[in-house]
Every structure is written in C-alpha cells, then in structure tokens.
Design a protein around this ligand. Structure first.
Ligand code: UDP
Length: 331
C-alpha cells in the first residue's frame, strides 16, 4: 500500500477532474471521486477509483465520504463552466459554483480536512489592459462565471484564516488537449471552446468554425489566448497538493498558463496542419464579453512549484485533442 494520502476529487468524472484523477493515481495517491454526472461520465473514472454519485452540497454524503476514506485533501473541480450561460442564468452559477462550494468547504472544515485545491480561472481578471496578467492584476470579472469563482477565492481566504486549513487556487487560462495516453479527454456535448469546436469541425462533426471577431487590437485581429495542456494543468495540481502538505501555514493563488498567446487563426492553422485539411472558417462578429487578449504571467507558479510543462506546444495540444475526438466518435 502507498503511504500517500487520499484525495477527494469533486467533478472527477469531468474534463479536467478526470485528468487530475489519473495524475493522482499514477503518482500513487488514494483517490475518491464525487460527481453528480450532470456533465461528467462514469466511464471517465478509472477502474479502482470509487465514484460517489451525488452532490457536493449534500453534506451528510460528503462528510461520510470524507470520513470513510480518511480524506486529507480536496481537489474541487465540480461546477458550471459556460460563460455565456452564466450571463443568461447568473443564479445557476452563484448556486452551483459559489453556494454549493460554500457547503463543501463547510463539510471540509467540520471533518477537519487540512488542504483544499480550487479550480479558479483567468475569468476572475475580466479584461485586464496588460500584456501578461499577474496574480496581483486587479480582479474585475465581467461575467457571473468569473464572479462566482472569485467569490470562492474570497471564501477560501477567509476560511483558511479562521480554521486549520490551507488552500491553493489555480487560475486557469485556456485549458485544452487530452490525456496523451488517450485515457480521457473533453467529452461533454455542446462544446463552446475553440480547440474542441475546431477538432469537431475537422472530423466533420460540425460544418464550420465561427471566428468571433477580426477587429481586436492583436497582430491578426483575432482573439489571443494562452492555451495550456490539460495534463500539465493536472500536474500543477499535484504540485499544489505537495506544497500545501509541506507548508501548512501557506496558501497559494497562482496563474496556470504558459505565458504566451496564440490567435484564433493560429489555432485553426494548427488544426489544419494536424489533419492536412482546412476547416471551414466563417468570420462573424465579436462574442459578448470576450477580451481581445488574455495571456498569463506564469512567473509565480514557476518560482513556487517545480513545475516543468511537458506539453507546451500548440501542435501537441491540438494532436491530443484530435486523437481524443476520434476516439469519442468510436464510443
Ligand atoms: N472563439 C472563436 N470561435 C469559437 C470559439 C471561440 O473564434 O467557436 C474565440 C474566442 O472569441 C476567443 C478564443 O477563441 O478569442 C478562445 O475562446 P474559448 O471559448 O475557447 O475560451 P475563452 O477564452 O472564452 O474562455
């Protein structure tokens, strides 16, 4: 048996959560997943990892799970993630992301779980007018999704000051790609994220890719983002866990990105290269609330954790996303 502790992964049947589960398991940690399977899939949880089907706000269920598995840390991925939906239905986001997380944190405090790792987002920054976003760049979310996550950062800060718990909030930039071994990937239908949409189009699952705006103040006029491979992100979560365990009095709020950006056209060029076939591009207007450019300054995470990204290559991110999309088609 491994002497590594057991981690509760909420949303472990979802896209990023399922990659974290694999990373934890590969590293010898005990893992238990809680997921309500609204957007996740039971098959995304690997054999041997217990899946508790239920809600993170079901405190009797969560607390029984924490006790039964002697959980020493929570990685919290469960939540709602579609920005335009959050604009149309803000209360869903304040409920699923803020209120339910409050209940989850309360369960953690009651049971005495000492470490909490939280999926935060670059959307907490809004539309910062800087070349690269640092952790101390003002957080001014421009949509309820970003605000619902920022509220959780505030809750964790206050709870960690009042109770014996430390936390790490990782502010993700644009997460893409899939497990290099093809064990999991982004599987939820109705995707809106660029690389997922583009690989679906490349495989004929959709007609074309809409380019949301060509008049941004960027080199080619299309939106620029910092795309990070999901497996590098999962690795950052393990390092966060080790850091929290090593220094129980220290919290971390860190950007998770590669510190460089690609435009929509550059991403589509990479998809075309991967298949040797152009996807159909349709120029349309800007999408509401889209910043022109969002790139991380990742100096802090590189300084704080021994994080060495292994897949910081757009072609590789696209290749892995494409391989998973092909596999999904065969399911
Ligand atoms: N985008 C696009 N067409 C799409 C989806 C996205 O042109 O079908 C653009 C979007 O405007 C932004 C970038 O691609 O500039 C990344 O958007 P995505 O939705 O993937 O992530 P976001 O940055 O909004 O979280």
């Amino acid at each position: 048996m491994s002497d590594k502790p057991t981690v509760l992964v909420t949303g472990g049947a979802g896209y990023i959560g399922s990659h974290a589960v694999l990373a934890l398991k590969d590293a010898g940690y005990g893992v238990v997943v809680i997921d309500n399977l609204v957007t996740g899939f039971d098959w995304a949880v690997p054999d041997g990892v217990p899946l508790v089907r239920g809600d993170i706000a079901d405190q009797p269920l969560v607390e029984a799970t924490l006790r039964a598995h002697d959980v020493k840390a929570i990685m919290h991925f469960a939540g709602s993630v579609v920005v335009p939906e959050s604009v149309d239905n803000p209360l869903k986001y304040y409920h699923n992301n803020s209120a339910k997380t409050r209940d989850l944190i309360e369960s953690a405090v009651r049971v005495g779980v000492p470490h909490f790792i939280f999926s935060s987002t670059a959307a907490t920054y809004g539309t910062p007018d800087v070349e690269a976003v640092r952790e101390d760049t003002p957080q001014q979310p421009i949509n309820p999704y970003g605000m619902s996550k920022l509220m959780t950062e505030y809750m964790l800060r206050d709870v960690a000051a009042a109770h014996p718990m430390n936390f790490c909030a990782l502010r993700y930039f644009n997460v893409a790609g899939a497990d290099p071994q093809g064990r999991t990937g982004q599987s939820t239908a109705g995707a809106t994220h660029l690389i997922k949409v583009a690989v679906e189009a490349a495989l004929g699952k959709r007609e074309s890719v809409a380019i949301f705006g060509t008049d941004f103040d960027t080199p080619d006029g299309t939106g620029v983002r910092d795309y990070i491979h999901v497996s590098d992100l999962a690795a950052a979560h393990l390092l966060a866990l080790e850091a929290l365990m090593a220094e129980p009095d220290r919290n971390h709020l860190l950007n998770c990105g590669y510190g460089r950006g690609f435009s929509v056209l550059e991403v589509l060029d990479a998809v075309d290269r991967a298949t040797n076939m152009p996807v159909k591009r349709v120029m349309t207007g800007r999408r509401a609330g889209d910043p022109g450019k969002l790139i991380s300054d990742n100096g802090a995470i590189l300084k704080t954790f021994p994080w060495t990204p292994r897949h910081a290559d757009l072609d590789q991110i696209v290749a892995h996303a494409l391989a998973w999309e092909r596999k999904l088609g065969e399911r």
